[in-house]
Design a protein around this ligand. Structure first.
Ligand code: GDP
Ligand code: MN
Length: 399
């Protein structure tokens, strides 16, 4: 879960990480009042859960309260990468001598936490990492030890931050590590960490992502969740109690039972040349209604051109799932081909239930993936045509 910059900066302040003074505003008048109160040039910054707001026009500097009001007027209601700006942060503008980067996150391939410091901040850090990785000092961390003093000094030294600036950076990095651990954050990042002409470090931006699986013990942070800022399909799935993750740019909807099976299915679809559109795990013992719900959710994504069910019957009964799929598809007008692989408990009963419908039955995971990828490529829109063409094979497989 993402939180806004202004919320992250409130946390920073609690952890004694220096931030510019400022407050959030919902109207241009409020923005003016805050700028007036601050009595200094301000930065007016869109508060939406996207990166690169600066480049997208979501950040403006203003020298007077009137200018701040005009800036807020322009930014509020703006569409930034699909999200409407409803709030702006109005804060003291900082003078920038240098922009640095400090971040702590999870390095998935190393299966460890990683702390990073760079003297090249204020720009897209992924780009720096790809083009000039030597410009980012990185250190993997052992969660049992945390971030030790000497490690923080080492990192800051490697990044080339000089003297007293380095000392401030060490203190900030240590506090950021504490904050990240206390908040169960998967990411805590300051980009840019600004060096002012007076030689002070200030967090000009703040990014914190909280691990969704820790929200049960992060009451204060959980209360910051904003549905409208989430993917609308993910939000709907959440409401229906379905474990669904959207994968942007995909065309094959995937539904399976068990997280491992679903992830494998995503890999197999990819291997067959398809692009999975989502992760959806209907869990164990899935009943018809849940299956119908799952299918509805997957089809809400307009990019989905075909759906693959991969069901391993154990506690989950294949006939229950087949019943659910039929129930769901009889009530909806299905615009895409659906391939179903059923195996395990009551698979024959399950396949029988699919006969005489437009639903395509497959025996193995590989053949199911190959089939759906082929159908999506061919751009099948009429399931009836699919049945006719596939009729012989489908019935041949059932039984
Ligand atoms: P992001 O684009 O969403 O990452 O938003 P940031 O808060 O990181 O701002 C992007 C860039 O805008 C920074 O790297 C700065 O160059 C500039 N910027 C942001 N706040 C200020 C400020 O208070 N003063 C000045 N001079 N520039 C700022
Ligand atoms: Mn930034």
């Amino acid at each position: 879960m993402k939180i806004h910059e202004y919320q992250a900066k409130e946390l920073f302040a609690r952890y004694k990480i220096p931030v510019p003074s400022g407050r959030v505003a919902c109207t241009a008048e409020q923005a003016r009042a805050i700028a007036c109160e601050l009595g200094r040039p301000v930065a007016v910054k869109a508060q939406v859960h996207v990166g690169g707001r600066g480049k997208a026009g979501g950040i403006r500097l203003a020298t007077t309260a009137e200018e701040a009001q005009t800036a807020a007027q322009a930014i509020l209601g703006m569409n930034l990468k699909g999200l409407t700006v409803q709030r702006v942060l109005v804060e003291e503008a900082c003078d920038i001598a240098q922009e640095y980067y400090v971040g702590i996150t999870v390095d998935r391939s190393a299966r460890q936490d990683v702390a990073m410091v760079s003297s090249v901040g204020g720009v897209d850090i992924e780009e720096v990492s790809a083009q000039t990785p030597q410009k980012i000092a990185k250190l993997h961390l052992d969660p049992l030890y945390g971030l030790l003093d000497f490690q923080a000094r080492l990192l800051v030294g490697q990044a080339g931050l000089p003297g007293s600036v380095g000392q401030q950076a060490v203190a900030i990095l240590k506090q950021l590590y504490k904050l990240r651990r206390d908040c169960d954050a998967s990411l805590a990042e300051i980009n840019p960490l600004v060096l002012t002409p007076e030689g002070r470090l200030v967090a000009a931006d703040a990014k914190i992502n909280v691990d969704d699986n820790a929200l049960f013990r992060q009451e204060e942070l959980a209360a910051l969740r904003e549905e409208q800022e989430e993917d609308p399909i993910e939000a709907e799935a959440h409401r229906r109690g379905i474990t669904y993750v959207r994968l942007l740019g995909g065309d094959v909807g995937v539904i399976g039972n068990g997280a491992g099976l679903v992830m494998t299915t995503l890999d197999v679809v990819q291997r067959e040349g398809g692009r999975p559109a989502n992760f959806l795990d209907i869990g164990g013992g899935a009943k018809a209604e849940l299956v119908a719900n799952a299918l509805e959710i997957v089809l809400m994504d307009p990019g989905v051109k075909g759906v693959l069910f991969n069901i391993f019957g154990g506690i989950t009964r294949c006939d229950e799932v087949a019943h659910g799929i039929r129930q769901a598809t009889s009530g909806m007008s299905i615009r895409v081909p659906i391939v179903i692989r059923l195996t395990g408990t009551r698979e024959q009963e399950g396949r029988k239930l699919l006969e005489g419908s437009a639903l395509i039955s497959a025996e193995s995971m590989d053949s199911a993936a190959r089939e759906i990828v082929k159908l999506v490529r061919q751009g099948h829109v009429a399931p009836a045509a699919v049945t006719a063409e596939r009729g012989a094979t489908a019935s041949g497989h059932s039984g």
